[in-house]
Design a binder for this molecule. Sequence first.
Ligand SMILES: *Cc1c(COP(=O)(O)O)cnc(C)c1O
Length: 370
Amino acid sequence: MNESVPFLDVRATYSELRAELDNAAIGVLQSGSYILGSELKAFEQEFATFCNADYAVGVGNGLDALQLILKAIGVGRGDEVIVPSNTFIATWLAVSHLGATIVPVEPKIETYNIDPSKIEAAITSRTKVIVPVHLYGQPAEMEPIRKIAEQNRLFVVEDAAQSHGATYNGVPVGILGHAAGFSFYPGKNLGAFGDGGAVVTNSVEISASVSRLRNYGSENKYEHLEIGFNSRLDEMQAALLRVKLRRLSKWNERRTNIAKIYLNELKGFDAFILPQLSENCKSAWHLFVIRVQDRVAFQRHMEERGVATAIHYPIPPHIQKAYFNSGMVKGNSFPISEKIHREIVSVPIGPHLRDDQVSQVVGAMKSYRE
Ligand SMILES: *Cc1c(COP(=O)(O)O)cnc(C)c1O
């Protein structure tokens, strides 16, 4: 009987860093400062440095990070925002909450990321922003996207929720557009012990605006300059994230090593379509996603061999009840996204997967026949 390989064990980081995390948590508990204090300031500085950016602003979660950026750059009713048809629903929700219209653009089937060659046809006089998503950790093709944005005077907002530490032409995600939204949901490459997010930018205006918007539209206490929100990264999460941030590069390296093993070992196996990477990209390997014809059979095969799998994501956004026939989306036919959603399966990858577990995943996959 094989020991089972969980898809992800979020407790593993706590086991590794227990003493440091306990100390950080106790420090916050004793400090009496729980919101907008010194831990948040320090984390913002350190995360900005990690992204090679001028500013990071801690917010409540990844969805808010995207929404506050869009609000800061003035997106509202009547505006159109170009998003990938193939993404996690939060990318779309951020646009919808501001009353703007979602204009989905299909991905390249090879990379699952937005296809730059299809963006121009989606641009109208109402288009204000392009939101590329670095899906599964691999950066979108930012060079052509930026060029299109410049020519059409559009903002570029990165959804970097899955790609902490990834690079494109050696440049970290976070500073490849006007601003980027990160998530620190526990399962992300840099995960909090609760919800958390950050806006990263080189723009002093966007940084200042998001700093106000996350805190009731206020710069000085009880003076409110605009209709703000309450979406702040709290001191406890900031303190714990500071501990984990110091390990992030090492953890991402381990993810990369595991991905390399999978790619090497499974090369030439016809049953799977493996992830394809552009040479100029370094993926953060948030997920290792393959495509198979008969996903149900494959998942059963893996389960019988003690390996958990998952699907990211089973239903494309345009088919979700929230959006279907909602009038908030331009277009309703996205066959590439639908095909991807039908065939994808994620196999375990993560910094705390042991070598024997990696071998077990490889072995189970190699014994699969269509
Ligand atoms: C996780 C995620 C988000 C949202 O982050 P939350 O912190 O859960 O709000 C947004 N976009 C993508 C692509 C994500 O994976």
